[in-house]
Ligand binder design. Structure first.
Ligand SMILES: Cc1ncc(COP(=O)(O)O)c(C=O)c1O
Length: 369
């Protein structure tokens, strides 16, 4: 089976991990945490970085740090991972969803204005699959209404929007370091910001809101969302190779595009927009309506040919967990619904060989022929 993802760990990962074991620094107190945070902040052009347990934790902290709570509304795309919405719902705020752009599969920023009310507290911009959200109009509307922006850059390490790093927009940005990301720590995440007060709050929420003076007396509720020194050691080694990993992803995307250029019945990823070049975090495809089966069946057929693949996200407004709690009962977003049912991604890992790309593309051609 050609795996849908495999990390590349043949840089300084082993050396740095050995240092953790040899020095005994395996908890979140170790020196790699600070190094990884400093290097990561520098790379994305932020003043502060807070390493956390995973990308979902980073989003939980971002939402809590901005003070989102009962009575607030938070705007986010319907086509995203559940991580983006969990803490909004748990805080008692109301999630307000946005339809997808059919070309980039990101939230359609032109539809944000109609959803803003006097209760809108924040917008979560989620860069999806390889192209960033069109941030300029989103930031403009947010500033005009005094709304905070969280940028979920989980899939977008090394990506650039109009000459600026993804992860440098809005009040707070978040990242994931799950093994399918361009920088991995096994499990891990990062919160980044330029605001010292927000950074301090985020650090406190990461560490159970322990207090410097009276450690076990708590003024607020936080989480244990700390990252270990061993994860940070991996992350630092990975970060050293980010430019190379970005180049590999783009080469992978280009090769798939060439191989599938004349294949009828599929929508390939949009290679570029006026504001960014696709980074191909994953190589996603949407089956045309002329193909007589859906994403699930496509994945089954690819598996019989030895090719692993994954479905697209399932929209938030169609999640049973929210429907049964009365959320989104009347919401319809036909573009998100369609790409969820007809979208898959092919093997897209950084370690993928040219031969594996060619075999995956060939299998895809055969199943849609
Ligand atoms: C856009 C986005 N946000 C958040 C997450 C959650 O990250 P994690 O799996 O590290 O919790 C992911 C994971 O893939 C993601 O793609």
């Amino acid at each position: 089976m050609i795996p849908v993802n495999e990390p590349l760990l043949d840089g300084n990962e082993k050396t740095y991990l050995l240092q953790c074991i040899e020095t005994g620094w395996i908890s979140s107190e170790g020196p790699f945490i600070k190094k990884f945070e400093t290097e990561f902040a520098r790379r994305v052009g932020r003043k502060h970085a807070i390493a956390v347990a995973n990308g979902t934790a980073a989003l939980d902290i971002a939402i809590e740090t901005l003070g989102v709570g009962l009575g607030d509304e938070v705007i986010l795309p319907t086509f995203t991972i559940i991580s983006c919405i969990c803490q909004i719902v748990r805080s008692g705020a109301t999630p307000v969803l946005i339809e997808s752009d059919p070309l980039t599969w990101n939230m359609d920023v032109r539809q944000i204005a109609a959803k803003i009310t006097s209760r809108t507290k924040a917008i979560v911009a989620v860069h999806t699959y390889g192209l960033p959200v069109d941030m300029d109009p989103l930031l403009e509307i947010a500033h005009r209404h005094g709304i905070k922006v969280i940028e979920d850059s989980s899939q977008m390490h090394g990506q650039i929007y109009r000459g600026k790093s993804c992860g440098s927009f809005g009040e707070i940005s978040t990242f994931s370091f799950y093994p399918n990301k361009l920088v991995t720590t096994g499990e891990g995440g990062m919160v980044v910001t330029d605001d010292a007060t927000l950074a301090e709050k985020a650090r406190s929420f990461r560490n159970l809101c322990f207090q410097p003076e009276k450690r076990f007396v708590h003024e607020s509720l936080g989480w244990n969302y700390r990252m270990t020194n061993m994860q940070a050691a991996l992350g630092l080694a990975q970060l050293e190779r980010l430019d190379e990993f970005v180049a590999r992803k783009r080469a992978l995307g280009r090769r798939y595009n060439e191989l599938l250029a004349d294949t009828p019945g599929i929508q390939r990823p949009c290679p570029r927009t006026e504001y960014a070049e696709n980074i191909y975090w994953v190589y996603g495809l949407v089956l045309d309506d002329t193909i007589p089966f859906d994403a699930e069946e496509a994945m089954r057929r690819l598996a019989t040919k030895g090719i692993d693949s994954r479905p697209f996200f399932w929209p938030m407004h169609e999640q049973p967990v929210f429907k049964k709690n009365g959320l989104f009962r009347k919401d319809r977003y036909p573009i998100a619904e369609r790409i969820a049912r007809r979208g898959i991604y092919l093997p897209s890992g950084i370690a993928l060989t040219t031969d594996q790309i060619e075999r995956s593309a060939q299998a895809l051609k055969e199943i849609v022929a």
